[in-house]
Design a protein around this ligand. Structure first.
Ligand SMILES: NC(=O)c1ccc[n+]([C@@H]2O[C@H](COP(=O)([O-])OP(=O)(O)OC[C@H]3O[C@@H](n4cnc5c(N)ncnc54)[C@H](OP(=O)(O)O)[C@@H]3O)[C@@H](O)[C@H]2O)c1
Length: 165
């Protein structure tokens, strides 16, 4: 009692050994047998699995939602840098631009990793990784360009992943 089994999940989900849960998710995704909305999950391991998969989906959905908000907010900042009739480029400031040069790209990357977490499929993970590499390389180009063009460009800004890269 009080001891979490090895491999069990933590946080808001009840402790379920991962192996058992994987089996559950596997069979549910094949048969589409997850409990219908509004109905209580059946008792026992299946109920625990249902709770764990719901938790994972909620976390993924939150990641996707936050990513989308960052993406929209950052694009909004970029599109409003120029006053009417102005051309050229300026240093973007505010929001996630205080942390990374590619804030809009970071938002999109977060979106797709959240989506992948919610879906738990190889295909969605592959899409998220492609987005990471494509937008990550664009962010790197932008970052280097900013550093060359603007002497006062904030040196503590990362490329695309806050505090990391
Ligand atoms: N899923 C994907 O694979 C994928 C691929 C590409 C884009 N996207 C998404 O599409 C959205 C837009 O992408 P994008 O490549 O067009 O972004 P972007 O190159 O950052 O440009 C967005 C807009 O802001 C302007 N802008 C950018 N930096 C500026 C600066 N320093 N000063 C003044 N204006 C600036 C750009 O003007 P200019 O046009 O004159 O540069 C453009 O109108 C993003 O949210 C991105 O995540 C997704």
């Amino acid at each position: 009692m009080g001891v979490t089994p090895r491999g069990a999940s933590a946080g808001c989900c009840p402790p379920v050994p991962h192996g058992r849960c994987r089996n559950c998710l596997h069979s549910s995704s094949r048969s589409g047998s997850l409990p219908a909305a509004g109905r209580s999950p059946p008792p026992g391991p299946i109920a625990s699995c249902w709770a764990v998969s719901s938790c994972t989906m909620c976390r993924g959905f939150m990641g996707w939602l936050i990513g989308m908000a960052i993406n929209i907010h950052s694009d909004h900042i970029l599109r409003n840098l120029r006053k009417p009739g102005e051309t050229g480029y300026k240093i973007p400031r505010g929001g996630m631009f205080e942390y990374v040069s590619g804030a809009n790209f970071f938002g999109e990357i977060l979106e797709w990793f959240g989506f992948a977490l919610a879906c738990c499929t190889i295909e969605s993970l592959a899409f998220a990784l492609c987005t990471l590499f494509i937008l990550g390389s664009r962010a790197k180009q932008h970052h280097q360009w900013y550093l060359e063009k603007f002497e006062d460009y904030p040196k503590n800004r990362k490329i695309v992943i806050p505090f990391v890269y």
